[in-house]
Design a protein around this ligand. Structure first.
Ligand code: RFL
Ligand code: PHB
Length: 413
């Protein structure tokens, strides 16, 4: 990075068809949790940004994804003034359950982590809260920004080109944050010769449903059954989120509602008298599962954050939380850059973020392999898997390791 911090400047909106290009300090691609949270944190530090989002506001506010917020994510949203509705509507869970071999055991997150917990609050509600906060503070989010491309990354004056309402526009900035998710344009804009990608694709996926039903359990249940994994989660007293392990190439059309409920009942019911409560299914989706990391997370003036740089299988509930942890590191580094011209924090961004990313990768891979049934598993593997679950749920040392990771490692660990 250059050694002098550019002076702050106000973003203004004009096309580049003959008019002056727009200018801001940090150009952010993507209005997911990473992009919106970064814009919010930068605003609180007096740094300007413009967010460019390919989809409409209605679309991003309706996309159903994550549900589990780590303690650190909740604390950050609260401390930065966007946690009011989360505090009212989020459900705090002090434990999770693991079900295997016909029994259910509880991991007491609260007791094992010195009072921490997780909060169930849907990702699209976090998105709504952040969009509202940014717009109320005069922040610029350009929805429906098409054909976004990033340029001059290895200079001090990178730029983003896009089309809006059919008009070609350019946004000049000091720094670009690539927060455009796994399928975005920022990561592929880093030359292949300077990035390394680490990947594991799993031979199974998750069939996910939203059902209008009362809660099936007061806490999440992660189940390892001989027919495959099941997760019982929740969204509200009237809406439940359930998942079962499936073939990632399966088709939703193969799963009429009756067959879905039969599969849940077959995998969940045991001698303990618990029964899943059915209700109308209002959403079905099949999710493929992969672990992925791109290194480094920075190229010149482009900084990648969140799913643009890494993907975890959802079993550890880490993706959104990792995206937030990345932008905490990035916002602090940018504050150092604009505040005193220091560039060391930006230079360290990738290394600092990756330390936490790889720990979350390990945890997500571990939870996934411990809880899913693989077609290639031998009788030995199955016995070993049950022994591991038995150990994890009965040894205080092992349960503490699970709990500490599940509620979230400290933001910069
Ligand atoms: P996102 O959310 O994908 O946002 C990227 C945004 O960029 C936009 N975009 C572009 N904009 C402009 N130009 C382009 N060319 C663009 N290309 C894309 C997109 O429209 C989008 O708005 O990435 P971000 O911000 O990094 O956030 C990551 C999280 O969304 C993701 O990791 C989580 O949803 C993962 N995840 C979970 N994470 C948790 O922490 N806890 C959970 O409980 C949890 N459960 C889950 C999950 C993900 C799931 N699915 C569907 C993969 C459960 C599921 C089922
Ligand atoms: C969810 O509620 O969507 C959810 C919960 C836990 C996970 C993944 C997803 O591990």
């Amino acid at each position: 990075m250059g050694t002098t911090a550019p002076a702050p400047c106000r973003a203004f909106v004009t096309g580049h068809d003959g008019a002056a290009p727009m200018r801001t300090q940090v150009g952010i691609v993507g209005a997911g949790p990473a992009g919106l949270m970064l814009s919010h944190l930068l605003h609180l530090r007096g740094i300007e940004s413009v967010v460019l989002e390919v989809r409409s506001r209605a679309a991003i506010e309706a996309t159903i994804r994550a549900g589990v917020l780590e303690q650190g994510t909740v604390d950050l949203l609260t401390a930065t003034g966007v946690g009011e509705r989360l505090g009212r509507e989020g459900a705090i869970h002090h434990g999770i359950k693991l079900r295997f071999g016909g029994r259910t055991r509880r991991i007491d997150l609260h007791a094992l982590t010195g009072g921490k917990a997780i909060t169930l609050y849907a990702q699209h509600e976090v998105i709504k809260d952040l969009v509202e906060a940014r717009l109320a503070a005069g922040g610029q989010i350009r929805f429906d920004a098409k054909d976004v491309s990033v340029h001059d990354l290895d200079t001090d004056a990178p730029s983003i080109r896009f089309r809006q309402n059919g008009r070609a526009q350019e946004l000049r900035c000091d720094v670009i944050a690539g927060c455009d998710g796994f399928h975005g344009v920022c990561r592929p804009s880093v030359p292949e010769s300077v990035r390394t990608e680490y990947q594991r694709v799993y031979p199974f996926g998750w069939f996910s449903i939203l059902a209008e039903a009362p809660p099936a359990s007061d806490e999440l249940i992660y189940t390892c059954h001989e027919r495959g994994f099941v997760l019982i989660s929740t969204r509200s007293p009237t809406l439940q989120r359930f998942y079962f392990q499936c073939d990632p190439h399966d088709q939703i059309a193969n799963w009429p509602d009756d067959r879905i409920w039969q599969e849940f009942h077959a995998r969940l019911e045991n001698q303990e008298g618990w029964r899943l409560i059915e209700g109308p299914i209002i959403h079905k989706i099949i999710i493929a599962m992969r672990s992925f990391v791109c290194e480094p997370m920075r190229h010149g003036r482009l900084f990648l954050a969140g799913d643009a740089a890494h993907i975890v299988p959802p079993t550890g509930a880490k993706g959104l939380n990792l995206a937030v942890a990345d932008v905490v590191v990035l916002a602090r580094a940018l504050a150092g850059f604009y505040g005193s011209g220091r560039t060391d924090l930006l230079d360290d961004y990738s290394q600092t973020a990756l330390r936490r990313v790889w720990k979350a990768q390990h945890f997500s891979w571990w939870m996934t392999s411990m809880l899913h049934r693989s077609a290639e598993a031998s009788a030995f593997d199955l016995r070993r898997q049950l022994a591991e679950l038995d150990y994890v749920t009965s040894s205080p040392a092992a349960s503490t390791a699970l709990a500490e990771n599940y509620v979230g490692l400290p933001m910069e660990l």
